[in-house]
Design a protein. Structure first.
Length: 486
């Protein structure tokens, strides 16, 4: 019988406590799925000022720690809560580092998350629970594997193994040599320099070098970050760790994103009642001030309006099609860069009958977009995993996506959606035109919808892959290979 594992999931954010981006969804969904597999998974995250202790029913602090940093002990209160399904959650409260309204973007973020890594280590001793593995997420927990290595090198009790998950390699936690010297981090950078013949002054590099195993959130992205173009300066280091690097697609909360029970759409439906989806389309057309006609294909996009998301290319491609046809509707929901918000508004002004734009963040309206659309656009320049295409397929809405990162791994061209290669208006226009032509063939389109809805992107599937990754990291740790053998 396979023995269950004990894992401490170290994250800067987690739903429902605090959410800035997709990491919060991962930190909620993955531990719950791992717990269903029988593992003892616990979360630790900072207790920011934004965390509503009363609403979230946090238990009173059951212990207080003194965490040493810069030669000073910082009082740290530990709050306890739980995710649905019984996943234990520890929230670390400290006046100096975490009593901020912002999760990220503070001038002392490096000190804040260096402290967080130290506090996470201290926590396991304080609660008398020793995990077999620390699951470290992004640069905010990148210091932790280096600390574990330092303890192991110093002798004494062997420390747990570590897995580092890179959700977006562009965010690295850059620091200066002066900062590293003052915090005692320079010795770790020197270790990297000995093997890499270069200096990498950032927390993510520390995590990559010292963790026992590494993963990203899709197989294609794991390959992409090995290249100079996509590695953001870390490709040489990642290539040294290539055999310990893997890609695992994120999961989707199938309870939350379920068209058969979704409370935010007027017509619930499943694969056996797809005709009811048309009612949501009419509701979306009405909500966005467009002509209410089920015979018009509805193309949508939901998300952050940013160049990284390909919004500039998307708006250009949509306008090219609108110039040649009035048998098309486009709706957009999201906020982001001011100039892209303005471009979207101007497109709606030029085509008031065919384009509707909602420059806002509205999770309930987003559900109607997914349920009421025919085609969902995901033209990201790069996309480590992507969530929108997974939700769209869950709702029987066919994605048109750029062949990159997780989009390439999750959208099957001609089977569950449409992919394009060259990142430009012409290529996206061509892919969208292919989708529209197929939409005109009701039998073929229905087959695409059914195929898309049949895909399994559940957290249960992802958890099984992470279970393999954890056992690999522990095996590497026990064998003594990894960063010492680079």
């Amino acid at each position: 019988m396979v023995q269950p594992l004990s894992i401490l999931f170290v994250t800067a954010e987690a739903s429902p406590f605090v959410k800035v981006g997709g990491l919060a969804d991962v930190a909620e969904g993955l531990p719950k799925a791992l717990t269903r597999l029988g593992h003892d998974v616990r979360l630790v995250l900072p207790c920011y000022s934004a965390v509503d202790k009363a609403t979230l029913e946090l238990k009173n602090a059951f212990l207080q720690m003194s965490v040493l940093q810069h030669g000073k002990g910082y009082a740290t209160r530990v709050w306890e809560s739980a995710l649905q399904g019984g996943v234990k959650v520890y929230l670390l409260e400290n006046e100096e580092f975490f009593h901020r309204r912002s999760v990220y973007g503070e001038k002392d973020d490096l000190d804040r998350f260096l402290f967080f890594s130290r506090a996470a280590l201290e926590l396991t001793e304080a609660v008398g629970w020793r995990p077999q593995l620390f699951h470290c997420n992004d640069w905010h927990a990148g210091f932790l594997p280096a600390m574990l290595h330092g303890f192991n090198k110093a002798g004494g009790r062997d420390q747990p193994a570590s897995l580092l998950t890179i959700h977006n390699i562009a965010y690295q936690g850059q620091f200066s040599q002066e900062w590293a010297d003052q915090r005692g981090v320079s010795r770790h950078i020197t270790d990297i320099q000995k093997n890499m013949h270069s200096l990498l002054w950032n927390a993510l590099a520390l995590g990559i070098y010292y963790s026992d195993a590494i993963n990203t959130v899709s197989e294609t992205y794991a390959r992409e970050i090995l290249t100079p173009e996509m590695g953001h300066g870390l490709a040489p280091l990642l290539n040294q760790r290539q055999r310990d690097l893997m890609g695992i697609i994120n999961g989707l909360d199938y309870d939350r994103f379920n068209s058969s029970i979704d409370p935010y759409i007027p017509y619930q439906y499943d694969v056996y009642s797809l005709d009811r989806k048309q009612g949501n389309k009419l509701a979306l057309q009405k909500r966005m001030g467009l002509e209410e006609d089920p015979a018009l294909p509805m193309v949508t996009n939901v998300g952050r309006l940013a160049e990284m998301k390909g919004v500039d290319v998307m708006l250009g491609a949509v306008e090219r099609l609108l110039q040649n046809s009035d048998r098309l509707e486009f709706a957009l929901l999201g906020t982001g860069e001011a100039y892209l918000e303005q471009q979207a508004r101007e497109l709606a002004q030029r085509y008031p009958r065919m384009v509707g734009v909602a420059i806002e963040f509205d999770t309930e309206l987003a559900q109607l977009f997914y349920a009421g659309s025919d085609i969902f656009l995901m033209p990201s320049r790069f996309e480590p995993c992507g969530l929108g295409q997974l939700i769209a397929m869950r709702y029987g809405t066919v994605p048109v996506a750029h062949r990159t990162g997780g989009l390439a791994d999750t959208v099957k061209d001609g089977h569950t959606g449409f992919l394009f290669d060259g990142f430009n208006i012409e290529e996206l226009s061509h892919a969208l035109q292919r989708a529209l032509s197929t939409w005109g063939d009701r039998v073929s389109w229905r087959s695409l919808m059914i195929n898309a809805m049949a895909q399994d992107f559940s957290w249960d599937k992802a958890a099984a892959r992470y279970e393999e990754a954890y056992r690999l990291a522990i095996a590497i740790h026990d064998e003594g290979r990894c960063r010492r053998a680079i």
